[in-house]
Design a protein around this ligand. Structure first.
Ligand SMILES: [Zn+2]
Length: 420
């Protein structure tokens, strides 16, 4: 079997595994709740690790609880071609976010076993700890520690709302591993994932060839005016912080629209002080989230937001001056994926006759951190109505099967199928 695009995974087995995993922490509305390092996350891990062992994978657990299952290659000295994702979920999460990537990787291993195929480079399946960041911050904790985005100690000392620490919860569920972080070099990394957006469905495509991730800038903005009685204070004498702030909020959306189609601008949180119906707001604080796939364009968006803040504080936007404080909270530059891995994904989608298109990821993924240390690419499949982080999250079995087939082909293209 020399043409790897003729090799296919077992779609029924993939679907059954996803549904079996989804029984752990199943919610009434058909979703999943397996918060990172909770007893249910532990049960989910036990189930999947059992499957990984059944598939003959050699298991390593590192100190942050990342799980690596290795399938040997003919050339043990080569760095592994890895794939993976996460199996922790949001409190009202779905059955596919993360779990699809892990089960697709498992299905690759099962398929190769069944067909008695060997690869030149070793293959690896990874389950990253706490991707969701719901219970413990930082988000994408396992991959972030592995890629040295933050120190291991930062991750281990993170606590949840009840004051329980990651380090103790890892022990409680039996995943406080011995291996150092990072334990080893990953040669190349592929991650299959549901899109979590509406584009593939709208474009009637089966495979998203992910070319990279949007860069992101987060800010906290505080606009300060003067609170006063809503009745006796005439309009010309006001310094209404909320009215002033709305000019900036509108500008956030305009900035994104002017950088279409990849620009994104969101005000997700806004707080008004003192929040009384008969008091003119004296202070408004709100968040800003700007994203773009191109670093220069993201820098343009940043500069324009700063100019708007200056104009507002100078009284040019709303007719009076207010104090505007802009704090940088987070900056992730755009992360392009590796051309040779993107090519493998596209080639496999093409050879297998799946309708495909290039796409960027607007959401964070373990793959985005992995791209900082190893050549990386992602494979997206559509999800119903583009909805995720929701119990109604849904995906079609044939799309998941297609995504796993592309993963199989792309991994083999890079690991090399051993011939006798
Ligand atoms: Zn995910």
């Amino acid at each position: 079997m020399s043409d790897i695009s003729q090799l296919t995974i077992n779609g029924d087995r993939l679907w059954r595994s996803l549904m079996d995993l989804a029984e752990i922490g199943a919610t009434a509305k058909g979703g999943n709740c397996r918060l990172a390092l909770s007893p249910l996350d532990g049960q989910g891990r036990d189930l999947v690790v059992g499957w990984m062992k059944d598939a003959g994978l050699d298991i390593t657990v590192d100190q942050i609880g990342n799980i690596f299952g290795r399938r040997p290659g003919r050339q043990p000295s080569l760095a592994p071609v890895a794939t993976g994702s996460h199996i922790d979920t949001q409190p009202t999460g779905g059955k596919f976010d993360g779990c699809f990537g892990v089960m697709a990787g498992l299905e690759v291993m099962r398929t190769l076993n069944e067909k008695g195929l060997e690869t030149e480079a070793p293959l690896e399946l990874v389950i990253w700890t706490n991707e969701e960041g719901t219970r413990f911050v930082p988000v994408m904790m396992g991959s972030g520690a592995f890629c040295k985005v933050f120190p291991l100690e930062t991750a281990l000392s993170a606590v949840d709302v009840d004051g329980k620490a990651v380090r103790d919860e890892l022990v409680n569920i039996g995943y406080a591993g011995k291996a150092p972080v990072p334990s080893h070099q990953i040669g190349k990394y592929f991650e299959a994932h549901i899109e979590q957006g509406p584009i593939l469905e709208a474009e009637d495509k089966v495979i998203g060839v992910v070319t990279g991730s949007l860069g992101l800038r987060w800010y906290d903005v505080t606009v300060t005016g003067m609170e006063a009685h809503a009745g006796p204070t005439p309009m010309p004498l006001r310094r209404d912080a909320l009215y002033a702030a709305t000019h900036l909020m509108q500008e956030v959306v305009r900035i994104a629209l002017d950088h279409a189609p990849q620009g994104r601008g969101t005000v997700g949180v806004a707080n008004v002080f003192p929040a009384s119906r008969n008091v003119i707001p004296g202070r408004v604080s709100f968040t800003v989230d700007l994203r773009h796939e191109n670093a220069e364009r993201l820098a343009d968006m940043d500069a324009r937001l700063r100019r708007a803040c200056k104009a507002l504080s100078d009284g040019e936007l709303c007719g009076y001056a207010v104090d505007v404080d802009l704090q940088d909270v987070q900056h992730f530059p755009p992360t392009p994926f590796a051309p040779e891995l993107i090519d493998a994904v596209r080639t496999q989608a093409e050879a297998r006759g799946y309708a495909h298109m290039p796409i960027v990821t607007g959401a964070g993924h373990d793959a985005v951190y992995m791209a900082t240390v190893s050549p990386t690419a992602m494979i997206f499949v559509p999800c119903k109505d583009g909805i995720s982080h929701n119990e109604v999250e849904d995906a079609r079995p044939e799309h998941l099967e297609a995504g796993a087939n592309v993963l199989l082909g792309a991994m083999l293209a890079h690991a090399g199928l051993a011939s006798d």
